[in-house]
Design a protein around this ligand. Structure first.
Ligand SMILES: *Cc1c(COP(=O)(O)O)cnc(C)c1O
Length: 395
């Protein structure tokens, strides 16, 4: 039986998804659509993907019962330690998978766009590993704001191309990447970093991140005797770490799924990225989803203290999880995320990424029962956010 939370053959989750692309991209997207499942399900792919996840990325990542956090909020709170992956977050699960798919398709040139630079670094990393040409499009403003990640990408051998149009940020970089792909339909692979973009990307990226909940299941069974927690919590930018943490629980209706968006300075402040609360149906990045837009359908620039959640939409799976009430959408402000990051650091000795801190911040807003088993997906580590943490450090 096919789950309603799996993309249908045209890439739809309910009314969301599909492939809204210019005619000139059709052949590129079709080639991927025709081949991605065959490749992912092949024995050769699975063997190499699992091998690299183990020996290169460092999987399985631990599932850690956080004793002092549990004591503070109640229940049994487990942390899925994606922060311990090579390159410091969950993003590499996806880039490893897609680089193997690109190789299988015979592609020689990898392009990607990046906002904060985290996906750019994860892409440049696997291109170095596979000795493939790597071109990263990045808004000119973001290049200035994210100098350390730009340096990492260059050190890894990638070419970083500034996007100079519009607001010179992520959406402009996306436009540049699409344009470049149109111009190079044969040898180029477009490596998208979250469960966004035209079909088949959302489904493909969800499958590559599903390793997270695959591991949670057996790890939780070792800890508690049961595969299913009561609740899974994850932050949502585009939605890939949440998709991975939810994936194997989507049809288990008794597992509560909580997706946490960035509320920036407050949901109604005009400086936010809480798409599920503020967004309306539209087309973004080649798929039908919900996005923050003005009355003319122009994308509203999102805001969050965390660069990884600073995205004006959510992927189509999440738009459907929200609309169907399968997942509960919550949000946390900049300040709540900062407080949660400092708290986890002091309670457990783990410095989380600012994105991840949003997921942790909702623990204090929930009613948690004594026996409740909760898994928080710790999507990344906080090293990249140190500058912001230092500014907010109280003695
Ligand atoms: C990029 C990033 C996110 C947001 O992306 P998703 O696709 O929503 O997972 C969350 N956490 C970390 C650490 C990130 O680097």
């Amino acid at each position: 039986m096919k789950s309603k939370f799996q993309a249908d053959k045209n890439g739809y989750y309910g009314q969301f998804g599909g492939a809204f692309i210019p005619e000139l991209l059709y052949s590129n997207v079709k080639e991927l659509e025709d081949n991605y499942l065959k490749i992912i399900e092949s024995e050769a792919f699975q063997k190499e993907y699992k091998y690299l996840l183990k020996d290169y990325v460092g999987r399985p990542t631990p599932l850690y019962l956080a004793p002092r956090l549990s004591e503070k909020y109640g229940g049994h709170i487990y942390l899925k330690r994606e922060d311990l992956n090579h390159t410091g977050a969950h993003k590499v699960n996806n880039t490893i998978g897609q680089i193997l798919i690109a190789k299988q398709l015979g592609k020689k040139r990898i392009i990607a766009e990046t906002g904060a630079g985290q996906h750019g670094v994860a892409t440049a990393t696997v291109c170095a590993l596979m000795d493939l040409e790597c071109i990263i499009f990045m808004g000119e403003v973001d290049i200035k704001r994210q100098a350390p990640n730009v340096a990492r990408m260059k050190m890894l051998g990638a070419k970083v191309v500034p996007a100079k149009s519009g607001s010179k940020t992520l959406k402009d970089a996306t436009n540049e990447a699409m344009r470049n792909w149109i111009g190079n339909p044969k040898d180029t692979y477009y490596l998208i970093g979250s469960v966004v973009g035209p079909h088949p990307y959302p489904d493909m990226v969800a499958r590559l991140q599903a390793i997270i909940s695959e591991e949670i299941k057996w790890q939780l069974k070792e800890h508690t005797g049961k595969e299913n927690p009561d609740t899974v919590i994850a932050c949502v930018g585009g939605g890939s770490n949440a998709a991975g943490a939810f994936y194997h629980y989507l049809d288990e209706e008794n597992v509560e799924l909580i997706a946490v968006e960035a509320a920036g300075l407050g949901v109604d402040s005009g400086e936010s990225a809480a798409t599920s609360r503020l967004g309306e149906v539209g087309v973004l990045h080649g798929s039908k989803t919900i996005l923050m837009q003005d009355e003319y359908g122009q994308v509203i620039e999102p805001y969050s203290i965390s660069a990884g959640l600073d995205y004006p939409g959510i992927g189509p799976l999440h738009a459907f999880l929200n609309e169907s009430d399968r997942a509960i959408f919550m949000n946390a402000t900049d300040q709540e995320a900062l407080d949660a990051a400092f708290e986890l650091t002091r309670l457990e000795g783990i410095i989380p990424a600012l994105e991840t801190a949003h997921a942790l911040a909702v623990l204090g807003k929930m009613k948690i029962s004594k026996d409740q088993v909760i898994v928080v997906n710790l999507s990344g580590r906080g090293d990249k956010d140190l500058e912001i943490y230092i500014k907010n450090l109280k003695e």
